[in-house]
Design a protein around this ligand. Structure first.
Ligand code: B16
Ligand code: MG
Length: 216
């Protein structure tokens, strides 16, 4: 019997990828680097600074900026990203998420958040679902980002269960790899991309129930 759920944020609970894309595209353009949606796919689940590094590498400018300049560029991107989140509400929850969280509460099953985003607490608050999460892993506390399993192991620990007793939800390949490396059951959420290694893949959270998953 499984005992808890670990959620990714972007792409599982809400679609913030479009806002990340706008903010990164504008920042990149200001550096004379052009990125498109296909490139943006490679940034999903990747931390802010690692995303900037990937963009600079893509534009062959990886040696052009000091650490302090890169910090400033990442801040600039985040300032625009946060502005784009201003009107986020409960209506921005992805299909099935609210229902599923209500079911976890009804079954007294704990949920933790394993997101690379430092904006996660503010985003959950705006979406009106912060109270469903017993714990949010602080990405600042991590030595390595996804696909390393660290964030998922910490998430399971935070709700006092073993990784084998947890089910992780992810929309990105790096996240599925991290969940599996942590020893958890992985549910991939994507209607478009085949997520290699997922134990179960569904198009959205409307296709799963808490009762069904506790028995896998
Ligand atoms: P922030 P997830 C990730 O969220 C995003 O997919 C990724 O594009 C972003 O760079 C990362 O969070 C960090 O976000 O700049 O807000 O700290 O999929 O791990 O929930
Ligand atoms: Mg994601």
């Amino acid at each position: 019997m499984k005992k808890g759920f670990v959620f990714d944020l972007d792409g599982v609970i809400t679609d913030t990828a479009k806002f990340h894309y706008t903010a990164w595209r504008n920042l990149a353009a200001s550096l004379d680097i052009t990125i498109d949606e296909a490139f943006n796919e490679t940034l999903k689940g990747i931390s802010r600074m690692d995303s900037l590094d990937r963009i600079l590498l893509y534009g062959h400018k990886e040696k052009d900026y000091t650490a302090a300049e890169k910090t400033r560029l990442a801040e600039q991107k985040n300032d625009e990203y946060v502005k784009l989140l201003a009107n986020l509400t409960e209506a921005d929850l992805l299909p099935g998420v609210h229902d599923f969280l209500v079911q976890t509460k009804a079954h007294s099953i704990p949920c933790a958040l394993a997101s690379a985003s430092k904006n996660a607490p503010m985003i959950l608050q705006k979406l009106g679902v912060l109270d469903y999460f017993a714990h949010i892993v602080d990405p600042e506390s991590l030595k390595k980002g996804k696909p390393d399993p660290e964030i998922f192991i910490k998430a399971a620990e935070s709700i006092h269960i073993a990784p084998e007793e947890a089910i992780g939800f992810e929309d990105a390949q790096a996240g599925i790899a991290g969940i599996k490396a942590a020893g958890m059951y992985a549910v991939g959420i994507s209607a478009t991309e085949k997520l290699a290694g997922a134990d179960l893949q569904v198009a959205s959270m409307t296709d799963v129930t808490v009762e069904q998953l506790l028995k896998v």
